[in-house]
Write a protein that binds this ligand. Structure first.
Ligand code: NDP
Length: 330
């Protein structure tokens, strides 16, 4: 059983020396617990926050201990009622090959209903983030023009497509490579997309959305947020989901210089955490599940293999190596 430990708190970009892949015994299970052999591990941008000791909505990872994250695996031992050997479960003890956990912290998933990895992505946490952030936080309504950053990523690609399926007047996405931009327009049906590395974000957004935007779903922060405020229409809404452009900063990033536009536009900007919106999970699965099954909503996964690749996969998400959800397959 191998597991990833955090050795030191990264300053700026995480370095391989901040982590170690450690050999550990397969854990023994107690009453009410199950032993899970993990099959798919999630790596997510928010994990960067848990590597620091700044106060946040989740406690910091402990130094010298195994890290945590979403995972799906097969139950290989069970001391719990209702979960049998051979069942598959979603749980929160990733970054390791074997996990012993209380059955109450495991959610059974059906490998016949959907590929196991999708419970971490398009039908899982990132999918619900897109759904809740767009529909609830940004109060999306038919006819809205929607701009989403990080648009080729797990959350962003789903935001744009849900908006389209629900009658957006125009969907615009930004991403960090020309191939990603092509994918957005040609496969995901975005009306326009641009590569933020190819020029000024505000100018590119104005060109892509000449009539302005009603919703901005922010995954990036920084100049993207300022650009979105600059293009916001009357009554526009900004859902602040993530700000990946600042996660490795060592100094606070400057804020948008044009916040006063929120007054004139009566604009609203609101942050959200997916953890507060699990009441929407049944509705999300009911509505989005069939779209995924029929291919009306497309998704990609970037899959890397082996527990030894777990750290590189995480760093890859911060760099933008992924298209769609980044998954580690064991
Ligand atoms: P993604 O699959 O979108 O992967 C992250 C992407 O961010 C990369 O692929 C990269 O794509 C892009 N990126 C990296 N650095 C920058 C930069 N400096 N400027 C612009 N883009 C950058 O990850 P997720 O879908 O899992 O997460 C997307 C966002 O949502 C993150 O900010 C995350 O923290 C947030 N989030 C928030 C949740 C909540 O509850 N509020 C829950 C889940 C996620 P590219 O090649 O385009 O640069």
């Amino acid at each position: 059983n191998r597991e990833w430990h955090l050795l030191s708190r990264p300053v700026g970009w995480p370095k391989p020396e901040d982590f170690a892949l450690v050999e550990a015994p397969v854990p023994a299970i107690g009453e009410g617990q199950v032993l899970v052999r993990n099959k798919y591990l999630s790596v997510d941008p928010y994990m960067r926050g848990r590597m620091s000791d700044a106060k946040s909505y989740l406690p910091p990872f402990e130094l010298g201990k195994v890290m945590q994250g979403g995972a799906v695996g097969e139950v290989v031992e069970s001391n719990a009622e209702g979960i049998a050997v051979g069942d598959h479960v979603l749980h929160f003890f990733g970054w390791r090959e074997y996990a012993a956990l209380d059955a109450k912290n495991a959610v059974k998933v059906d490998p016949q209903a959907a590929p196991l990895s999708t419970y971490l992505g398009v039908l899982g946490m990132t999918g619900l983030t897109a759904y809740a952030g767009l529909l609830r936080t940004a109060s999306f309504k038919e006819g809205d023009a929607v701009f989403v950053s990080g648009a080729a990523g797990a959350v962003g690609s789903q935001v744009g497509q849900i908006a389209k399926l629900k009658g957006a007047s125009r969907v615009i996405g930004s991403a960090g490579s020309d191939e990603k931009v092509k994918l957005l327009v040609e496969e995901y049906g975005f009306d326009a997309a641009f590569n933020y590395r190819n020029g000024d974000v505000s100018e590119q957004l104005r060109e892509a959305a000449p009539d302005g935007i009603d919703v901005y779903f922010d995954n990036v922060g920084g100049d993207h947020l300022e650009a979105a405020i600059g293009s916001l229409n009357q009554g526009g809404r900004i859902a602040v989901c993530g700000m990946i452009s600042v996660y490795n900063n060592t100094e606070p990033a400057p804020g948008p210089r044009n916040l006063a536009r929120l007054i004139m536009t009566r604009g609203r900007m609101e942050g959200f955490l997916v953890g507060d919106h699990y009441d929407l999970q049944p509705q999300f699965v009911q509505e989005v599940g069939p779209w995924v099954a029929s291919g009306a909503l497309k998704y990609r996964e970037t899959v890397v293999e082996g527990i030894e690749s777990n750290l590189e996969a995480f760093l890859g998400v911060l760099r933008g190596d992924n298209t769609g959800k980044m998954i580690v397959k064991l």
